[in-house]
Write a protein that binds this ligand. Structure first.
Ligand code: SF4
Length: 167
């Protein structure tokens, strides 16, 4: 079991805050699973390095040495379900395709990212914000779970589709 970094619970507190904001708006989810199939849905999942570490610690899995990740979809979606429910990143918790939620969503996401940046500043971790596949490709060594806090290489994925604010 990988040790949790000192800011781990602070990130979970941001997630709890986000979950509460979403609960107040009660957006509808029909469990189509499309939002996790990024290319089909025409967007991508961006997250911070803090969120990536929480995801990889909370829901570690083994990958083959040859496995490559891209923006097709999330490898945590299995049989249409999220296998990282408790550890899923901020955008996964806030993004809903319900039209009635579209106006409220950006402000919640922006505030959530602001909170995460504050944690990064407080703990001096630096800040990186990249697509999920970028973190996966940079952090998985062969046949091992993901190590913590290795800074990913700079993201130059200029073709990524963004449904969410990139701050
Ligand atoms: S972590 Fe879960 S909710 Fe987020 S994109 Fe992956 S499968 Fe979907």
């Amino acid at each position: 079991m990988t040790a949790r970094p000192p800011w781990f619970d602070e990130v979970l507190a941001v997630y709890a805050w986000a979950d509460e904001q979403v609960r107040l708006h009660a957006p509808i989810c029909t469990i189509s699973g499309r939002c996790c199939r990024f290319r089909d849905y025409g967007h991508n999942l961006f997250l911070s390095h803090l969120e990536a570490s929480v995801l990889f610690i909370g829901a570690p899995f083994q990958v083959n040495h040859s496995q490559q990740f891209d923006d097709t979809g999330c490898p945590y979606q299995i049989n249409g379900r999220c296998e990282a429910r408790e550890s899923r990143p901020l955008a996964c918790r806030i993004y809903f395709c319900d039209p009635a939620f579209q106006d409220a969503m950006p402000a919640i996401i922006e505030e959530g990212i602001r909170k995460l940046k504050q944690i990064a500043d407080t703990h001096g971790t630096g800040w990186s914000y990249s697509p999920l596949h970028h973190f996966l490709d940079n952090r998985y060594p062969a046949h091992e779970t993901i190590p913590l806090l290795r800074e990913p290489t700079p993201c130059d994925d200029s073709t990524s589709r963004l449904p969410l604010p990139l701050l």
